[in-house]
Ligand binder design. Structure first.
Ligand code: AKG
Length: 186
């Protein structure tokens, strides 16, 4: 079998290591530790991840976006970096999601809700395997990489709309900050 790590990345997917200096990562983690994170709930199923949304919040029960607390000041410098990485203006990233993965926490295969446009994920503290897959006939095309702490990835185009992504259980505490634009035609 072809080694997924050697395959070309899905169209529209980008990854960059070291988008964040270690000192900024440390400051972000200090803030995130103080946040009122809540266990992620999806149609009554409570996951091992803990999250908080800013700007906008997708309500899975109501199936719509709801306004949330403003993106806090401490997230604005990392939003600037995420926007620069994705060639966007910071204000385009109207939504931020902070997620805590304790050891053993994972996220299953999914595509982000279609109300959102581009997705930029910044990883903190420890690495994870970031997997993508797309149905190709009876098989799946697959691609995976290690998302290192202080790195960022971008899901845009087919990697965002055709491919699903997931993260298997992490070994050590990881935080991610996911910035998303909103689709104009949502
Ligand atoms: O933690 C990550 O980098 C992925 C987050 C994600 O896929 C999601 O919240 O939909």
């Amino acid at each position: 079998m072809k080694n997924a790590r050697e395959a070309a990345p899905p169209e529209g997917f980008r990854y960059q290591a070291e988008v964040l200096p270690a000192e900024e990562e440390r400051e972000l983690v200090e803030h995130i530790r103080e946040l009122p994170l809540k266990e992620f709930e999806f149609h009554g199923y409570v996951g091992k991840r803990r999250v908080i949304s800013y700007g906008w919040h997708y309500d899975f029960g109501e199936r719509r976006l709801q306004q949330a607390e403003d993106i806090p000041a401490f997230l604005l410098p990392v939003r600037d970096r995420a926007a620069a990485f994705a060639d966007l203006a910071p204000g385009d990233l109207a939504h931020a999601l902070v997620t805590e993965y304790g050891p053993g926490a994972a996220i299953g295969w999914h595509r982000d809700k279609s109300v959102f446009g581009d997705v930029i994920g910044v990883s903190l503290l420890s690495p994870c395997v970031f997997r993508l897959r797309r149905k190709a006939g009876a098989k799946w095309e697959r691609y995976s990489l290690t998302a290192e702490p202080r790195s960022a990835y971008l899901l845009r185009g087919p990697s965002r709309t055709e491919w699903e992504h997931s993260i298997p259980a992490v070994d050590a505490l990881r935080y991610s900050i996911t910035f998303r634009s909103l689709r104009a035609d949502r």
